[in-house]
Write a protein that binds this ligand. Structure first.
Ligand code: SF4
Length: 362
């Protein structure tokens, strides 16, 4: 199950989440779309992992698979998603049960307990996540009552009044002013920034071990984006929650994450510590992504380089390395076999024949 990691990457703690060779396909009338095609990565306890790639690279589908929320005609067709559950009865981490989410029934009791109770999602557009006919406060109170044992002491049942007080405290924690009044608002009465903060309060209401933030600043203005990113950094430091931060923006990754996974067409192209990936990217796709970030110190009015070519149509997946039709370093062998994800240097992994000859088994 473990990737063969360089010594510098040997991890002392057990992963909180370990995704191995995950495949998710959509059977459409036009053909089969392999949205996630053999993805592997780990999330360590308390780590902020950045997952970056262009839209259509499979990052959001991977996250929906982790929550068992892939909708038909999509299906997890292969792979494992090992999640280390919260230890019970005050036991240590060593006693925590590890489950393979890929094997759990999506609507079964264990998955329902994990989804929302141990892994929470902050979606791109919180408007769609809140019901318009109930106040945001009532929805969070219900979530707290549902997962109330996270807040109880001594097994006592939580009262609605206590859940409301917790919600007010969460609103205060996420920087919502006048929380006592604001919890009685409907989602459509709040600004985009406040709605996203309320969504973060909702996600925190179950005291998750893992928070998945799926482009959480897409639907809000630039000033509010910076505030929400600062809030998430602060909450991660305060609660020690692990976060998977999904974005197409490497600039956001630089601010948020300590470790980054770069995805393209459903596969991991490169992964490593953020500093190493930014200073010494190994994969041609990562280099191309980095060249397309505006520099604070570069000349203004210079057109940013774009990655040549377009993402292939999902039904016309290229053979061999998925990046080969757009790669400036392409070689003859690149269209004939898929490169495996292998250690490169002391801290990174890359799927590229420039660095090794290991072929991914079909
Ligand atoms: Fe480019 Fe070949 Fe490396 Fe793919 S394997 S990224 S085509 S050099």
């Amino acid at each position: 199950m473990a990737l063969d990691r360089p010594m510098a990457m040997a991890k002392t703690a057990q992963p909180l989440l370990s995704v191995r060779n995950l495949r998710v396909s959509f059977a459409l009338d036009e053909g089969l779309v392999r949205a996630v095609d053999g993805t592997s990565f780990d999330v360590m306890p308390g780590q902020v992992l950045g997952v970056v790639g262009e839209s259509g690279c499979g990052k959001s589908v991977t996250m929906r698979a982790i929550l068992q929320l892939v909708e038909r005609p999509g299906r997890i067709t292969a792979g494992e998603i090992h999640f280390r559950r919260r230890p019970v009865n005050g036991g240590g981490e060593d006693s925590a049960e590890v489950v393979d989410i890929a094997r759990l029934p999506p609507r079964g009791p264990v998955m329902r307990d994990i989804r929302g109770g141990e892994i929470a999602l902050i979606p791109q557009e919180p408007m769609a996540a809140f019901s318009p006919v109930h106040t945001v406060g009532d929805q969070i109170v219900e979530a707290i009552l549902l997962h109330g044992h996270r807040w109880q002491e001594g097994g006592r049942k939580l009262k609605r009044r206590e859940a409301r007080d917790i919600t007010v405290g969460l609103f205060r924690d996420v920087g919502i002013s006048m929380p006592e009044q604001r919890i009685d608002a409907f989602s459509w009465q709040l600004s985009g920034g406040l709605r996203q903060r309320a969504m973060i309060a909702m996600a925190l209401s179950c005291k998750p071990r893992l928070l998945i933030a799926d482009e959480p600043t897409t639907a809000i203005d630039v000033t509010t984006q910076a505030q929400v990113l600062a809030l998430l950094r602060d909450l991660q430091a305060r609660y020690g929650t692990a976060i998977i931060f999904i974005t197409h923006d490497l600039g956001v990754i630089a601010q948020m994450a300590s470790y980054v996974v770069v995805m393209y067409l459903g596969r991991v192209m490169e992964e490593g510590p953020v500093d190493d990936i930014f200073h010494a990217p190994k994969h041609p796709y990562t280099r191309a992504l980095l060249r397309s970030i505006p520099s604070l110190y570069g000349e203004t009015r210079v057109a940013l380089p774009v990655i040549s070519g377009a993402l292939p149509h999902p039904f016309n997946r290229p053979p061999g390395c998925p990046f080969h039709p757009r790669c400036p370093d392409v070689m003859a062998k690149c269209s004939g076999a898929v490169p495996g994800l292998q250690p490169v240097g002391t801290s990174q992994l890359a799927s590229c024949f420039l660095h090794h000859d290991v072929v991914e088994p079909e």
